[in-house]
Write a protein that binds this ligand. Structure first.
Ligand code: FNR
Length: 406
């Protein structure tokens, strides 16, 4: 109703409401290589396609005369009551979308009452984002570095900024094969983007002088000077000379992940923190069983928005079997959520909550904090309507009866 009333006064939405139009509008305002980084997927894009196709296989079957004048979107998760089953997914390198990046998203999330999952690859460090959020809920997403001391430092900082959970992302031990980034020969990290958590970390910084950092050896061309200018400017912001920034990029590339991370490593993380541990990137029911047996606190069914393996299972298709195998652990979901009716379907297939990904990054690209707020409001408004129209007024009551297998 708010949108229509504002329309009477001649005020149009700041960002397109339709998800496809939102993406196209972001594409129109962003430099092509930045849009490619945000929108791109692995290989030929088959997993991204599978993610959205999967929703068509699970149509909603509404019930009549079970509606209510007021819907209840709230959900219980890891000992907290959240206003809705929506969180903002960790998205790295948001400076590709907007100069205010994570900071604008943090403010929008706090204003809308939606928990924000800070990324390990953030463009603004977690301390700055947390300070902008007041008491609002935030989680922290971890990539487990091959430098255990650094991993531990990230976890400690997440505790210090009041994160309510650690989300350990398992599906990105190696960076996916992403043709659009490769065609642009452009990976933001190489220009020092998305390294804010690292550059502000005492352990990471203490490593920069050490001789064990392999050197980067780009061809000495004029283009290098341009890239170095961006790197140098970033260094100036954090008080690091260009040489140290080059070492930082090299150090990050060499240690950002631990490709041989194993289930046994989880016991170390458990020793380091008392925060709930949430495993992100689970698609196979046996992995869900393993996680439950290892005493994990929650899972996120996700294929990283189709950015890692080409032609992997659509995330929504993987959800029911993971829920069945998870032994009662709360299961969250992402990869393909484009509106409130998608949230509803994920809830129907057993998700306790969902993460919104690219759509909020597009809102950010178009209108900064206000754009992110509008995207959140639209998803929640559509969820609210869908609950009412489908005859399930409480989000936590949505179950398998609400959808059918097509
Ligand atoms: C991501 N995602 C991600 N995940 C994560 O755990 N840490 C990260 O730093 C990032 N970075 C990131 C950057 C960009 C540009 C995108 C699009 C995604 C994955 C993200 O959390 C989520 O799983 C997907 O975005 C969900 O898919 P959709 O809904 O965006 O298609």
């Amino acid at each position: 109703t708010g949108i229509y009333v504002a329309g009477l006064g001649g005020e149009l939405p700041k960002v397109p409401v339709d998800a496809g139009a939102l993406e196209r509008a972001a594409e129109a305002v962003l430099p092509p290589s930045d849009f490619a980084y945000l929108a791109g997927g692995a290989g030929q894009g088959r997993t991204m396609q599978a993610n959205t196709d999967a929703f068509a296989r699970w149509p909603i079957v509404p019930r009549m005369m079970r509606g209510s004048a007021r819907r209840d979107l709230s959900t219980e998760l890891l000992g907290h009551t959240y206003a809705s089953p929506l969180l903002l997914a960790p998205i790295g390198v948001l400076e590709c979308a907007h100069p205010e990046a994570d900071l604008a998203v943090a403010r929008a999330a706090a204003a809308e009452g939606v928990p924000y999952i800070f990324s390990s690859q953030a463009s603004v460090d977690m301390e700055t984002c947390a300070a902008a959020m007041g008491e609002a809920a935030r989680w922290f997403q971890l990539y487990w570095s091959s430098d255990d001391e650094l991993t531990r430092s990230f976890v400690r900082r997440a505790e210090d900024v009041g994160a309510q959970a650690i989300v350990l992302t398992l599906d990105t031990t190696l960076l996916g094969w992403r043709p659009r980034d490769l065609d642009f020969s452009s990976l933001p990290f190489m220009r020092g983007r998305g390294l804010a958590q690292y550059l502000s970390d005492p352990v990471f910084r203490s490593r920069l002088s050490s001789a064990n950092t392999p050197a980067l050896n780009p061809p000495r061309t004029p283009a290098l000077l341009t890239a170095m200018a961006e790197l140098g400017a970033k260094g100036a912001e954090v008080g690091l000379p260009l040489e140290a920034m080059l070492a930082a990029v090299a150090r990050f590339s060499a240690t950002f992940s631990r490709p041989d991370l194993s289930w046994d490593d989880l016991s170390r993380l458990r020793e380091w923190t008392r925060l709930p541990i949430v495993l992100k990137g689970i698609l196979h029911p046996d992995d869900a069983r393993e996680a439950a047996a290892r005493g994990m606190d929650a899972l996120i069914v996700s294929n990283h928005g189709g950015r890692q393996i080409d032609g992997s299972v659509g995330a929504l298709d993987a959800l029911p079997a993971v829920v069945a195998a998870a032994g009662g652990l709360p299961v969250l979901f992402d990869s393909g959520i484009r509106g409130g009716a998608d949230v509803f379907r994920a809830l129907a297939l057993g998700a306790r909550a969902v993460l919104l990904g690219r759509p909020y990054a597009y809102g950010l690209a178009l209108a900064g904090e206000a754009g992110v707020r509008e995207v959140i409001q639209n998803v929640l408004a559509e969820l609210d309507l869908t609950l009412g129209l489908a005859g399930v007024p409480r989000a936590r009551d949505v179950d398998r009866q609400a959808v059918t297998r097509n």
